[in-house]
Design a protein around this ligand. Structure first.
Ligand SMILES: [Zn+2]
Length: 219
């Protein structure tokens, strides 16, 4: 495969530059995305878009992470792991505890399980789970995460939840959500669908879509 010229800002190929749709929003937290190296190589990874869409967000690629260098002293009490756990905090608890860092794990469920195994310190952190009723628009990749969401969709859901009762940011004051950061992600998917051609898309992926207004989960 020839090396295509990439846009310096969004790092996508020039032909499919996402800059026109990229937004940059501030949030109350430092967002840290721990990304599995294999996921980092995936052309349709959503984490790079997420990193560019949230002020101060940081994507760290690797398998083993040191909590102190990543989160600073006091990491046990100032960091919230976005992961389903039986002892997950409620939305109100998560907001009230005024965490400084939000940690997202980016990889397939198998890689994320491995990441948790290799980094036992992650299990010491309080957890917050994503409400699974949210429907993914990630039409062209089979759910890489256990909850079927792309990492950027998971982040939007969590950021909306954690800012809805907060008055600290302008976004929250104005009743705005973080949904606008999905614009660039949706554009990436559009580009990919048009690159593969609608015939290929319909043949291989249309069963993943949520286009039917009366989607029946029992079928
Ligand atoms: Zn660009």
């Amino acid at each position: 495969m020839s090396k295509r010229t990439r846009c310096a800002r969004c790092e996508r190929p020039i032909k499919t530059c996402l800059c026109a749709d990229l937004v940059e929003l501030s949030c109350n937290y430092r967002l840290i995305i721990l990304q599995d190296p294999k996921e980092a190589k995936h052309a349709l990874s959503s984490a790079p878009i997420l990193e560019k869409s949230i002020v101060g967000a940081q994507r760290v690629i690797g398998e083993v992470f040191d909590p102190v260098s990543l989160l600073g002293e006091g990491w046990q009490s100032n960091s919230l792991l976005i992961y389903p756990h039986e002892k997950s905090l409620s939305q109100q608890q998560a907001v009230e505890q005024n965490f400084k860092n939000l940690i997202l794990l980016d990889g397939t469920w198998r890689k994320v399980a491995r990441m948790l195994h290799l980094n036992p310190w992650l299990s010491e952190l309080p957890c917050f789970a994503i409400d699974s009723s949210y429907e993914s628009q990630y039409l062209i990749r089979k759910s890489p995460r256990a909850d079927g969401l792309s990492t950027i969709e998971a982040a939007v859901k969590v950021l909306n939840d954690l800012h809805s009762t907060s008055e600290k940011t302008d976004q929250a004051k104005n009743g705005q959500t973080f949904d606008s950061i999905l614009g660039a992600f949706n554009k990436m998917i559009e580009f990919q669908i048009s690159a593969m051609g609608s015939d290929t898309f319909n043949k291989n992926y249309s069963s993943n879509t949520n286009h039917s207004p009366n989607k029946n989960h029992s079928s």
